[in-house]
Design a protein around this ligand. Sequence first.
Ligand code: DNO
Ligand code: MN
Length: 357
Amino acid sequence: MLKMGFRWFGADDDPITLQQIRQIPGTKQVVSALYDIPAGEVWPLERIQALKKQIEDAGLKFEVVESVNIHDDIKAGRPKRDEYIANYQETIKNLSKCGIKVICYNFMPIFDWIRTNLAYPLHDGSNAMEFEFEQLSDDPHELLESMKKGSNSYSLPGWEPERMAQLAKLFDEYAGMTGDQLRANLKYFLDAIIPTCEKYGVKMAMHPDDPPFNLFHLPRIYKNREDMEKIMLLHDSPYNGFTICTGSLGENPANDLPSIIREFVKKDRVPFMHTRNIKFTNERGDFHESAHLSTEGSLDMFEIMKALHDCHYDGYIRPDHGRNIWGEKGRPGYGLYDRALGITYLEGLWEALEKDY
Ligand code: DNO
Ligand code: MN
Protein backbone atom coordinates (compact mmCIF):
# COMPACT_ATOMS: atom_id res chain seq x y z
CA MET A 1 0.00 0.00 0.00
CA LEU A 2 1.31 3.40 -0.93
CA LYS A 3 1.47 5.94 1.86
CA MET A 4 -0.26 8.44 -0.39
CA GLY A 5 -0.54 12.05 0.71
CA PHE A 6 -1.95 15.35 -0.51
CA ARG A 7 -0.36 18.72 0.15
CA TRP A 8 -2.64 21.12 2.01
CA PHE A 9 -1.93 24.77 2.78
CA GLY A 10 -4.14 25.04 5.86
CA ALA A 11 -7.73 26.05 6.60
CA ASP A 12 -7.10 29.79 6.18
CA ASP A 13 -5.10 29.63 2.98
CA ASP A 14 -6.25 26.66 0.98
CA PRO A 15 -9.55 26.72 -0.91
CA ILE A 16 -9.46 22.91 -0.75
CA THR A 17 -10.98 21.34 2.37
CA LEU A 18 -9.82 18.32 4.35
CA GLN A 19 -13.23 16.78 3.67
CA GLN A 20 -12.52 16.97 -0.06
CA ILE A 21 -9.09 15.44 0.40
CA ARG A 22 -10.59 12.58 2.34
CA GLN A 23 -12.74 11.68 -0.65
CA ILE A 24 -9.76 11.13 -2.95
CA PRO A 25 -9.50 7.33 -3.16
CA GLY A 26 -6.41 5.88 -1.52
CA THR A 27 -5.40 9.10 0.22
CA LYS A 28 -4.73 8.83 3.92
CA GLN A 29 -2.02 11.40 4.56
CA VAL A 30 -2.03 15.18 4.58
CA VAL A 31 1.28 16.90 3.94
CA SER A 32 1.25 20.33 5.52
CA ALA A 33 3.17 22.95 7.49
CA LEU A 34 2.80 26.02 9.68
CA TYR A 35 3.17 28.30 6.71
CA ASP A 36 3.00 31.54 8.67
CA ILE A 37 6.06 30.87 10.82
CA PRO A 38 9.09 32.63 9.33
CA ALA A 39 12.16 30.54 8.50
CA GLY A 40 14.44 30.37 11.53
CA GLU A 41 11.77 30.45 14.24
CA VAL A 42 10.72 27.56 16.47
CA TRP A 43 7.41 25.89 15.60
CA PRO A 44 5.46 25.94 18.87
CA LEU A 45 4.25 22.57 20.09
CA GLU A 46 0.65 23.76 20.62
CA ARG A 47 0.42 25.05 17.04
CA ILE A 48 1.60 21.72 15.61
CA GLN A 49 -0.79 19.86 17.91
CA ALA A 50 -3.68 22.03 16.74
CA LEU A 51 -2.89 21.36 13.07
CA LYS A 52 -2.57 17.65 13.76
CA LYS A 53 -5.92 17.60 15.54
CA GLN A 54 -7.63 19.34 12.63
CA ILE A 55 -6.24 16.79 10.19
CA GLU A 56 -7.01 13.79 12.40
CA ASP A 57 -10.53 15.03 13.12
CA ALA A 58 -11.09 14.84 9.38
CA GLY A 59 -10.06 11.17 9.41
CA LEU A 60 -6.60 11.72 7.91
CA LYS A 61 -3.02 11.33 9.12
CA PHE A 62 -0.26 13.93 9.50
CA GLU A 63 3.20 12.38 9.36
CA VAL A 64 5.05 14.44 6.76
CA VAL A 65 5.82 18.13 7.02
CA GLU A 66 6.64 20.20 3.95
CA SER A 67 8.59 22.34 4.42
CA VAL A 68 10.46 23.47 7.48
CA ASN A 69 12.35 26.17 5.62
CA ILE A 70 15.99 26.91 6.32
CA HIS A 71 16.99 30.45 7.22
CA ASP A 72 19.28 32.10 4.65
CA ASP A 73 21.87 32.69 7.41
CA ILE A 74 22.30 28.89 7.61
CA LYS A 75 22.59 28.52 3.83
CA ALA A 76 24.96 31.48 3.57
CA GLY A 77 26.96 30.37 6.64
CA ARG A 78 26.53 33.60 8.57
CA PRO A 79 27.31 33.95 12.31
CA LYS A 80 23.68 33.83 13.43
CA ARG A 81 23.29 30.34 11.97
CA ASP A 82 23.92 28.60 15.32
CA GLU A 83 20.90 30.29 16.82
CA TYR A 84 18.71 29.28 13.87
CA ILE A 85 20.05 25.73 13.98
CA ALA A 86 19.18 25.47 17.69
CA ASN A 87 15.66 26.60 16.78
CA TYR A 88 15.50 23.97 14.04
CA GLN A 89 16.48 21.28 16.56
CA GLU A 90 13.69 22.46 18.84
CA THR A 91 11.24 22.28 15.93
CA ILE A 92 12.33 18.71 15.13
CA LYS A 93 11.71 17.77 18.76
CA ASN A 94 8.25 19.36 18.76
CA LEU A 95 7.32 17.73 15.46
CA SER A 96 8.40 14.35 16.76
CA LYS A 97 6.16 14.76 19.81
CA CYS A 98 3.26 15.10 17.35
CA GLY A 99 4.13 11.93 15.43
CA ILE A 100 5.85 13.56 12.44
CA LYS A 101 8.18 11.09 10.71
CA VAL A 102 9.56 13.10 7.78
CA ILE A 103 10.56 16.73 7.19
CA CYS A 104 10.86 17.92 3.59
CA TYR A 105 13.13 20.94 3.09
CA ASN A 106 15.27 22.47 0.39
CA PHE A 107 18.65 24.16 0.37
CA MET A 108 18.25 26.59 -2.51
CA PRO A 109 19.75 30.03 -1.90
CA ILE A 110 17.17 32.85 -1.74
CA PHE A 111 14.51 31.32 -4.01
CA ASP A 112 12.49 28.14 -3.95
CA TRP A 113 11.39 26.69 -7.29
CA ILE A 114 11.06 28.90 -10.33
CA ARG A 115 8.73 29.07 -13.32
CA THR A 116 8.45 31.80 -15.93
CA ASN A 117 4.68 31.54 -16.39
CA LEU A 118 2.22 30.36 -13.74
CA ALA A 119 -0.76 30.01 -16.07
CA TYR A 120 0.46 28.77 -19.43
CA PRO A 121 -2.49 27.78 -21.64
CA LEU A 122 -2.44 24.14 -22.76
CA HIS A 123 -4.00 22.71 -25.93
CA ASP A 124 -6.99 21.32 -24.01
CA GLY A 125 -8.03 24.65 -22.49
CA SER A 126 -6.52 23.98 -19.07
CA ASN A 127 -3.42 25.76 -17.80
CA ALA A 128 -0.22 24.77 -16.07
CA MET A 129 3.08 26.27 -14.98
CA GLU A 130 5.76 26.72 -17.60
CA PHE A 131 9.47 27.39 -17.84
CA GLU A 132 11.03 29.13 -20.82
CA PHE A 133 14.73 29.92 -20.89
CA GLU A 134 14.18 33.04 -22.95
CA GLN A 135 12.10 34.62 -20.19
CA LEU A 136 14.94 34.35 -17.71
CA SER A 137 16.85 37.51 -17.15
CA ASP A 138 19.65 38.23 -14.71
CA ASP A 139 17.26 40.49 -12.87
CA PRO A 140 14.77 38.54 -10.73
CA HIS A 141 12.43 41.56 -10.71
CA GLU A 142 11.97 41.18 -14.47
CA LEU A 143 11.28 37.51 -14.05
CA LEU A 144 8.66 38.30 -11.44
CA GLU A 145 6.83 40.46 -13.98
CA SER A 146 6.83 37.71 -16.59
CA MET A 147 5.68 35.16 -14.01
CA LYS A 148 2.66 37.25 -13.09
CA LYS A 149 1.44 37.35 -16.68
CA GLY A 150 -2.02 35.88 -16.88
CA SER A 151 -1.96 34.48 -13.36
CA ASN A 152 -3.97 35.46 -10.31
CA SER A 153 -2.71 37.00 -7.09
CA TYR A 154 -0.61 34.03 -5.98
CA SER A 155 3.17 34.24 -6.01
CA LEU A 156 5.60 31.36 -5.80
CA PRO A 157 7.20 30.73 -2.41
CA GLY A 158 10.18 33.00 -1.94
CA TRP A 159 8.78 35.64 -4.30
CA GLU A 160 6.57 37.45 -1.82
CA PRO A 161 6.76 41.28 -1.96
CA GLU A 162 8.47 41.48 1.49
CA ARG A 163 11.28 39.26 0.25
CA MET A 164 11.58 40.97 -3.11
CA ALA A 165 12.19 44.20 -1.17
CA GLN A 166 15.28 42.80 0.53
CA LEU A 167 16.64 40.96 -2.48
CA ALA A 168 19.73 43.14 -2.93
CA LYS A 169 20.84 42.37 0.63
CA LEU A 170 20.26 38.64 0.16
CA PHE A 171 22.23 38.58 -3.10
CA ASP A 172 25.11 40.32 -1.29
CA GLU A 173 25.21 37.52 1.28
CA TYR A 174 25.74 34.93 -1.45
CA ALA A 175 28.10 36.99 -3.63
CA GLY A 176 30.80 34.74 -5.10
CA MET A 177 29.61 31.62 -3.25
CA THR A 178 30.54 28.33 -4.93
CA GLY A 179 28.70 25.02 -4.83
CA ASP A 180 31.40 23.63 -2.53
CA GLN A 181 30.88 26.45 -0.06
CA LEU A 182 27.13 25.98 -0.09
CA ARG A 183 27.66 22.24 0.43
CA ALA A 184 29.96 22.96 3.37
CA ASN A 185 27.17 25.04 4.91
CA LEU A 186 24.77 22.15 4.36
CA LYS A 187 27.23 19.83 6.09
CA TYR A 188 27.48 22.18 9.05
CA PHE A 189 23.69 22.15 9.29
CA LEU A 190 23.35 18.35 8.87
CA ASP A 191 26.10 17.57 11.38
CA ALA A 192 24.18 19.62 13.91
CA ILE A 193 20.66 18.36 13.28
CA ILE A 194 20.95 14.71 12.15
CA PRO A 195 21.83 13.47 15.68
CA THR A 196 18.65 15.23 16.87
CA CYS A 197 16.69 13.53 14.06
CA GLU A 198 18.13 10.14 15.03
CA LYS A 199 17.23 10.70 18.65
CA TYR A 200 13.64 11.74 17.89
CA GLY A 201 12.98 9.44 14.91
CA VAL A 202 12.39 12.15 12.28
CA LYS A 203 13.91 11.77 8.81
CA MET A 204 15.09 14.73 6.76
CA ALA A 205 14.14 14.65 3.07
CA MET A 206 15.90 17.28 0.98
CA HIS A 207 13.99 18.45 -2.09
CA PRO A 208 15.87 18.86 -5.40
CA ASP A 209 16.67 22.25 -6.81
CA ASP A 210 14.09 23.30 -9.31
CA PRO A 211 14.95 23.80 -12.09
CA PRO A 212 18.05 21.65 -11.58
CA PHE A 213 20.66 24.15 -12.69
CA ASN A 214 22.27 27.33 -11.38
CA LEU A 215 20.21 30.50 -11.73
CA PHE A 216 21.04 34.17 -11.16
CA HIS A 217 24.67 33.16 -10.53
CA LEU A 218 23.56 31.41 -7.34
CA PRO A 219 24.94 27.91 -6.71
CA ARG A 220 22.58 24.94 -6.57
CA ILE A 221 23.69 21.62 -5.12
CA TYR A 222 20.93 19.03 -5.62
CA LYS A 223 20.60 18.77 -9.37
CA ASN A 224 21.50 15.18 -10.25
CA ARG A 225 22.77 11.80 -9.04
CA GLU A 226 26.32 12.99 -8.40
CA ASP A 227 25.02 15.79 -6.19
CA MET A 228 22.96 13.27 -4.26
CA GLU A 229 25.95 11.10 -3.60
CA LYS A 230 27.91 14.08 -2.27
CA ILE A 231 25.03 15.12 -0.02
CA MET A 232 24.59 11.57 1.26
CA LEU A 233 28.25 11.42 2.23
CA LEU A 234 28.16 14.77 4.04
CA HIS A 235 26.54 12.98 6.93
CA ASP A 236 26.08 9.28 6.38
CA SER A 237 22.81 8.33 8.04
CA PRO A 238 19.39 7.16 6.78
CA TYR A 239 18.03 10.21 8.58
CA ASN A 240 19.88 12.37 6.04
CA GLY A 241 17.52 11.55 3.19
CA PHE A 242 16.04 12.90 -0.02
CA THR A 243 12.74 13.83 -1.48
CA ILE A 244 12.99 12.56 -5.02
CA CYS A 245 10.82 14.93 -7.03
CA THR A 246 10.34 13.44 -10.51
CA GLY A 247 9.28 16.78 -11.96
CA SER A 248 12.23 18.75 -10.61
CA LEU A 249 14.99 16.26 -11.45
CA GLY A 250 13.19 15.36 -14.68
CA GLU A 251 13.60 18.94 -15.94
CA ASN A 252 17.10 17.87 -16.94
CA PRO A 253 16.61 15.11 -19.53
CA ALA A 254 20.03 13.69 -18.62
CA ASN A 255 18.69 12.61 -15.21
CA ASP A 256 17.65 8.96 -15.41
CA LEU A 257 14.90 8.89 -12.80
CA PRO A 258 14.23 5.14 -12.55
CA SER A 259 17.93 4.51 -12.04
CA ILE A 260 18.29 7.31 -9.46
CA ILE A 261 15.24 5.94 -7.62
CA ARG A 262 16.59 2.39 -7.61
CA GLU A 263 19.97 3.47 -6.30
CA PHE A 264 18.81 5.67 -3.45
CA VAL A 265 15.75 3.67 -2.37
CA LYS A 266 18.04 0.63 -2.04
CA LYS A 267 20.34 2.73 0.11
CA ASP A 268 17.37 3.65 2.34
CA ARG A 269 17.72 7.35 1.62
CA VAL A 270 14.26 8.18 0.20
CA PRO A 271 11.65 8.78 2.87
CA PHE A 272 9.50 10.90 0.54
CA MET A 273 8.56 10.99 -3.17
CA HIS A 274 7.03 13.77 -5.24
CA THR A 275 5.57 12.54 -8.49
CA ARG A 276 4.56 14.72 -11.38
CA ASN A 277 5.13 14.87 -15.11
CA ILE A 278 6.50 17.61 -17.34
CA LYS A 279 6.53 18.03 -21.10
CA PHE A 280 9.47 19.41 -23.01
CA THR A 281 8.37 21.71 -25.80
CA ASN A 282 11.65 22.10 -27.69
CA GLU A 283 15.26 20.99 -27.94
CA ARG A 284 16.44 23.73 -25.61
CA GLY A 285 14.59 22.17 -22.71
CA ASP A 286 11.69 24.59 -22.24
CA PHE A 287 8.88 22.70 -20.56
CA HIS A 288 5.45 22.97 -19.09
CA GLU A 289 3.99 20.87 -16.29
CA SER A 290 1.50 18.27 -17.45
CA ALA A 291 -1.03 15.73 -16.25
CA HIS A 292 0.57 12.70 -14.57
CA LEU A 293 -0.02 10.22 -17.41
CA SER A 294 3.07 9.07 -19.29
CA THR A 295 1.26 9.83 -22.54
CA GLU A 296 0.79 13.48 -21.50
CA GLY A 297 4.38 14.26 -20.59
CA SER A 298 8.01 13.44 -21.25
CA LEU A 299 8.52 11.23 -18.18
CA ASP A 300 7.58 7.58 -18.12
CA MET A 301 5.50 7.33 -14.96
CA PHE A 302 5.15 3.56 -15.25
CA GLU A 303 8.93 3.10 -15.18
CA ILE A 304 9.15 5.45 -12.20
CA MET A 305 6.50 3.54 -10.23
CA LYS A 306 8.05 0.24 -11.30
CA ALA A 307 11.43 1.32 -9.94
CA LEU A 308 9.77 2.14 -6.61
CA HIS A 309 7.88 -1.13 -6.61
CA ASP A 310 10.90 -3.25 -7.51
CA CYS A 311 12.74 -1.73 -4.53
CA HIS A 312 9.82 -2.35 -2.15
CA TYR A 313 9.37 1.36 -1.56
CA ASP A 314 7.59 1.96 1.73
CA GLY A 315 8.10 5.71 2.19
CA TYR A 316 5.59 8.51 1.69
CA ILE A 317 4.49 9.81 -1.70
CA ARG A 318 2.36 12.62 -3.01
CA PRO A 319 1.33 13.93 -6.40
CA ASP A 320 3.22 17.16 -6.81
CA HIS A 321 1.82 19.91 -9.01
CA GLY A 322 -1.11 19.44 -11.34
CA ARG A 323 -2.74 21.51 -14.05
CA ASN A 324 -5.54 23.89 -13.19
CA ILE A 325 -8.56 22.32 -14.86
CA TRP A 326 -12.34 22.50 -15.02
CA GLY A 327 -12.30 26.23 -14.36
CA GLU A 328 -10.50 25.94 -11.06
CA LYS A 329 -8.96 29.25 -10.01
CA GLY A 330 -6.84 28.51 -6.92
CA ARG A 331 -3.13 28.33 -6.25
CA PRO A 332 -1.14 27.53 -9.42
CA GLY A 333 -0.20 23.85 -9.52
CA TYR A 334 -2.09 23.00 -6.35
CA GLY A 335 -5.67 22.60 -7.50
CA LEU A 336 -7.85 19.74 -6.30
CA TYR A 337 -8.87 18.04 -9.53
CA ASP A 338 -5.70 17.30 -11.44
CA ARG A 339 -3.79 16.21 -8.36
CA ALA A 340 -6.68 13.88 -7.46
CA LEU A 341 -6.61 12.46 -11.00
CA GLY A 342 -2.86 12.02 -10.56
CA ILE A 343 -3.42 10.01 -7.39
CA THR A 344 -5.92 7.62 -8.96
CA TYR A 345 -3.55 7.08 -11.88
CA LEU A 346 -0.59 6.38 -9.59
CA GLU A 347 -2.73 4.05 -7.49
CA GLY A 348 -3.78 2.26 -10.69
CA LEU A 349 -0.19 1.76 -11.78
CA TRP A 350 0.67 0.50 -8.30
CA GLU A 351 -2.22 -1.98 -8.17
CA ALA A 352 -1.14 -3.40 -11.54
CA LEU A 353 2.44 -3.71 -10.29
CA GLU A 354 1.30 -5.43 -7.09
CA LYS A 355 -0.88 -7.96 -8.90
CA ASP A 356 1.80 -8.90 -11.33
CA TYR A 357 4.12 -9.76 -8.47
C1 DNO B 1 8.42 21.68 -6.38
C2 DNO B 1 7.65 21.68 -5.13
C3 DNO B 1 8.29 22.61 -4.08
C4 DNO B 1 8.74 21.94 -2.82
C5 DNO B 1 9.67 22.75 -1.95
C6 DNO B 1 10.25 21.90 -0.84
O1 DNO B 1 8.68 20.70 -7.04
O2 DNO B 1 7.47 20.39 -4.70
O3 DNO B 1 7.32 23.52 -3.71
O4 DNO B 1 7.63 21.67 -2.07
O5 DNO B 1 10.71 23.26 -2.69
O6 DNO B 1 10.93 22.66 0.10
MN1 MN C 1 8.50 18.69 -5.79
